[in-house]
Design a protein around this ligand. Structure first.
Ligand code: HEC
Length: 119
Protein backbone atom coordinates (compact mmCIF):
# COMPACT_ATOMS: atom_id res chain seq x y z
CA UNK A 1 0.00 0.00 0.00
CA UNK A 2 1.22 3.50 -0.80
CA UNK A 3 1.91 5.86 2.07
CA UNK A 4 -0.69 8.33 0.77
CA UNK A 5 -3.34 5.61 0.71
CA UNK A 6 -2.63 4.74 4.35
CA UNK A 7 -2.94 8.42 5.30
CA UNK A 8 -6.18 8.69 3.40
CA UNK A 9 -7.69 5.68 5.19
CA UNK A 10 -6.47 6.97 8.54
CA UNK A 11 -8.04 10.40 8.05
CA UNK A 12 -11.26 8.85 6.77
CA UNK A 13 -11.63 6.76 9.90
CA UNK A 14 -10.88 9.73 12.19
CA UNK A 15 -13.53 11.82 10.41
CA UNK A 16 -15.95 8.90 10.73
CA UNK A 17 -15.44 8.61 14.49
CA UNK A 18 -15.79 12.35 14.99
CA UNK A 19 -19.07 12.41 13.06
CA UNK A 20 -20.30 9.41 15.05
CA UNK A 21 -19.41 11.11 18.34
CA UNK A 22 -21.10 14.39 17.39
CA UNK A 23 -24.25 12.53 16.36
CA UNK A 24 -24.35 10.66 19.67
CA UNK A 25 -23.89 13.85 21.69
CA UNK A 26 -26.60 15.73 19.84
CA UNK A 27 -29.16 12.93 19.77
CA UNK A 28 -28.56 12.36 23.48
CA UNK A 29 -28.92 15.98 24.53
CA UNK A 30 -32.10 16.68 22.56
CA UNK A 31 -33.73 13.59 24.05
CA UNK A 32 -32.98 14.93 27.53
CA UNK A 33 -33.76 18.59 26.84
CA UNK A 34 -37.28 18.11 25.48
CA UNK A 35 -39.60 16.17 27.79
CA UNK A 36 -42.44 15.28 25.47
CA UNK A 37 -46.10 14.70 26.15
CA UNK A 38 -45.90 10.98 25.48
CA UNK A 39 -43.20 10.49 28.14
CA UNK A 40 -44.98 12.70 30.67
CA UNK A 41 -48.24 10.87 30.05
CA UNK A 42 -46.55 7.48 30.44
CA UNK A 43 -44.94 8.64 33.69
CA UNK A 44 -47.91 10.36 35.38
CA UNK A 45 -51.04 8.87 33.82
CA UNK A 46 -50.17 5.72 31.90
CA UNK A 47 -50.42 3.26 34.80
CA UNK A 48 -54.12 4.00 35.30
CA UNK A 49 -54.96 5.29 31.80
CA UNK A 50 -53.17 3.01 29.32
CA UNK A 51 -54.14 4.14 25.77
CA UNK A 52 -56.57 6.64 27.33
CA UNK A 53 -58.60 3.93 29.06
CA UNK A 54 -59.10 3.50 32.78
CA UNK A 55 -57.84 0.43 34.63
CA UNK A 56 -59.37 1.41 37.97
CA UNK A 57 -62.77 2.70 36.86
CA UNK A 58 -63.34 1.60 33.25
CA UNK A 59 -66.64 3.53 33.19
CA UNK A 60 -64.76 6.87 33.32
CA UNK A 61 -61.91 6.73 30.79
CA UNK A 62 -59.84 9.70 29.66
CA UNK A 63 -60.76 8.93 26.07
CA UNK A 64 -63.85 10.89 25.08
CA UNK A 65 -64.05 12.69 28.44
CA UNK A 66 -65.57 16.18 28.49
CA UNK A 67 -62.47 17.23 30.47
CA UNK A 68 -60.46 17.14 27.24
CA UNK A 69 -62.64 19.83 25.60
CA UNK A 70 -60.18 22.57 26.54
CA UNK A 71 -56.78 22.94 28.16
CA UNK A 72 -58.42 24.97 30.96
CA UNK A 73 -60.96 22.23 31.76
CA UNK A 74 -58.25 19.56 31.53
CA UNK A 75 -55.88 21.46 33.83
CA UNK A 76 -58.63 22.27 36.36
CA UNK A 77 -59.66 18.61 36.52
CA UNK A 78 -56.10 17.33 36.98
CA UNK A 79 -55.39 19.90 39.71
CA UNK A 80 -58.55 18.86 41.57
CA UNK A 81 -60.16 15.70 40.15
CA UNK A 82 -63.75 15.63 41.37
CA UNK A 83 -66.35 13.30 39.92
CA UNK A 84 -69.48 14.53 38.16
CA UNK A 85 -71.44 14.48 41.44
CA UNK A 86 -68.75 16.62 43.13
CA UNK A 87 -67.36 13.77 45.24
CA UNK A 88 -63.68 12.90 45.44
CA UNK A 89 -62.84 9.94 43.24
CA UNK A 90 -59.82 7.66 43.19
CA UNK A 91 -57.70 9.72 40.84
CA UNK A 92 -54.90 11.59 42.64
CA UNK A 93 -54.60 15.38 42.29
CA UNK A 94 -51.63 16.79 40.36
CA UNK A 95 -50.61 20.16 41.85
CA UNK A 96 -48.12 22.43 40.09
CA UNK A 97 -45.13 21.01 41.95
CA UNK A 98 -45.89 17.63 40.39
CA UNK A 99 -46.94 18.79 36.90
CA UNK A 100 -46.19 22.36 35.79
CA UNK A 101 -48.55 24.29 33.50
CA UNK A 102 -46.15 23.76 30.57
CA UNK A 103 -46.02 20.02 31.24
CA UNK A 104 -49.81 19.91 31.58
CA UNK A 105 -50.12 21.44 28.12
CA UNK A 106 -47.78 18.78 26.69
CA UNK A 107 -49.83 16.04 28.35
CA UNK A 108 -53.04 17.66 27.08
CA UNK A 109 -51.73 17.87 23.51
CA UNK A 110 -50.64 14.25 23.70
CA UNK A 111 -54.03 13.19 25.12
CA UNK A 112 -55.76 14.68 22.08
CA UNK A 113 -53.76 12.32 19.86
CA UNK A 114 -55.24 9.26 21.61
CA UNK A 115 -57.84 7.56 19.40
CA UNK A 116 -61.36 8.57 20.46
CA UNK A 117 -60.30 11.79 22.16
CA UNK A 118 -61.07 15.20 20.72
CA UNK A 119 -61.68 18.80 21.72
C1 HEC B 1 -53.92 6.17 40.36
C2 HEC B 1 -54.64 6.11 39.11
C3 HEC B 1 -54.76 7.35 38.24
C4 HEC B 1 -53.76 8.16 37.76
C5 HEC B 1 -52.26 8.06 38.03
C6 HEC B 1 -54.41 9.11 36.89
N1 HEC B 1 -55.76 8.91 36.86
FE1 HEC B 1 -57.11 9.92 35.74
N2 HEC B 1 -58.62 8.82 36.55
C7 HEC B 1 -58.46 7.80 37.48
C8 HEC B 1 -59.77 7.33 37.92
C9 HEC B 1 -60.01 6.22 38.94
C10 HEC B 1 -60.73 8.10 37.23
C11 HEC B 1 -62.25 8.05 37.37
C12 HEC B 1 -62.72 9.14 38.36
C13 HEC B 1 -62.21 8.86 39.76
O1 HEC B 1 -62.60 7.85 40.37
O2 HEC B 1 -61.41 9.68 40.27
C14 HEC B 1 -59.97 9.00 36.35
C15 HEC B 1 -60.54 9.87 35.44
C16 HEC B 1 -59.85 10.69 34.57
C17 HEC B 1 -60.45 11.50 33.54
C18 HEC B 1 -61.94 11.55 33.15
C19 HEC B 1 -62.71 12.44 34.09
C20 HEC B 1 -64.17 12.57 33.71
O3 HEC B 1 -64.97 12.82 34.61
O4 HEC B 1 -64.53 12.43 32.51
C21 HEC B 1 -59.44 12.20 32.93
C22 HEC B 1 -59.57 13.21 31.79
C23 HEC B 1 -58.21 11.80 33.58
N3 HEC B 1 -58.49 10.89 34.56
C24 HEC B 1 -56.97 12.29 33.25
C25 HEC B 1 -55.78 11.90 33.87
C26 HEC B 1 -54.48 12.45 33.53
C27 HEC B 1 -54.22 13.48 32.46
C28 HEC B 1 -53.58 11.85 34.36
C29 HEC B 1 -52.10 12.09 34.44
C30 HEC B 1 -51.68 13.45 34.64
C31 HEC B 1 -54.31 10.92 35.21
N4 HEC B 1 -55.63 11.00 34.89
C32 HEC B 1 -53.73 10.10 36.18
C33 HEC B 1 -57.26 7.29 37.93
C34 HEC B 1 -56.01 7.84 37.68
Amino acid sequence: MKKSTIWFLFILSVVGWVLFGVTMIFSGSTALAAPDGANLYAHHCGACHPHGGNKINPAIPLTGSAKTKSLAAFTAYNRNPLKADGSKGVMPAFPKDKISDQEMKLIYDYSLTLPGTSK
